[in-house]
Ligand binder design. Structure first.
Ligand SMILES: NC(=O)c1ccc[n+]([C@@H]2O[C@H](COP(=O)([O-])OP(=O)(O)OC[C@H]3O[C@@H](n4cnc5c(N)ncnc54)[C@H](OP(=O)(O)O)[C@@H]3O)[C@@H](O)[C@H]2O)c1
Length: 209
């Protein structure tokens, strides 16, 4: 698939690089071709192309948003997503690793509000970028799980395909309102790893009887 990345920093590059090696075409959706992360990403993976954000959206099958949450409204408001899936990889994080919207609404629902022409799916936020670079756990015979939430079944099915390519099993946890709980899972992981020193190369698995 053709994947457009708005934001190609730690998370954007980890996903883009991994998915490019699985055969996907990566388009960096930029508003400044000279920006540090765009230059660095293209130097590290010359197969990435780059287009201004709206052109990149129009040229892609799926768009991924991997900017800081606090710039998302400004970035998204003028864009037409043409009904495409928009994967929200952002985390609204507040002071002291709290929920940045005081747990009243998920960041993903705000992203949907700011991008009404997109079909927003929350994904890739429950772990740090380390597990997006490499989701392989060869010593186990289960794959790590990626929890996703969104209102549109078809958009979630497309995201599930990317999960498979990255090495994740998909668990669809329901509609976009469930993203609030995924964002709390993010805070759990972030606090364990970034604040309390837990090893970053750990994930959750889904076991069902
Ligand atoms: N780090 C993690 O482990 C992790 C894991 C899961 C989810 N997340 C979430 O993923 C998002 C990205 O995190 P990150 O760690 O990848 O951040 P990062 O390394 O700082 O990268 C941020 C990217 O967003 C771009 N950007 C910043 N402001 C922009 C704007 N106004 N318009 C367009 N692009 C802009 C940056 O471009 P420039 O080069 O121009 O600054 C850069 O490409 C955040 O919401 C974070 O909470 C992070």
């Amino acid at each position: 698939m053709k994947l457009a990345f708005i934001g190609i920093g730690k998370v954007g590059f980890a996903l883009a690089n991994n998915l490019q090696h699985k055969g996907h075409e990566i388009i960096i959706a930029h508003n400044d071709i000279q920006s540090e992360s765009v230059v660095r990403a293209q130097a590290k993976n010359p197969a990435f192309s780059a287009l201004p954000i709206q052109e990149a959206i129009s040229a892609s099958d799926i768009v991924l948003l991997a900017t800081p949450f606090n710039v998302a409204e400004t970035v998204l408001l003028s864009l037409d997503f043409e009904g495409k899936a928009l994967i929200d990889c952002t985390n609204p994080v507040g002071p002291g690793i709290s929920h940045g919207l005081e747990s009243k609404i998920s960041g993903a629902e705000k992203v949907q509000e700011w991008a009404p022409t997109a079909r927003v799916v929350k994904a890739y936020t429950i772990y740090g970028f380390e597990n997006l670079e490499n989701a392989s756990f060869p010593n186990y015979n289960v794959n790590p799980v990626m929890l996703i939430a969104g209102n549109e079944k078809a958009a979630k099915t497309r995201v599930a395909t990317l999960n498979t390519d990255l090495g994740f099993e998909t668990l669809d946890v329901g509609d976009l309102s469930q993203a609030l709980h995924l964002e709390h899972m993010t805070l759990l992981w972030v606090k364990m790893v970034r604040a309390n020193g837990h090893h970053p190369h750990f994930t959750w698995a889904y076991l069902e009887r």
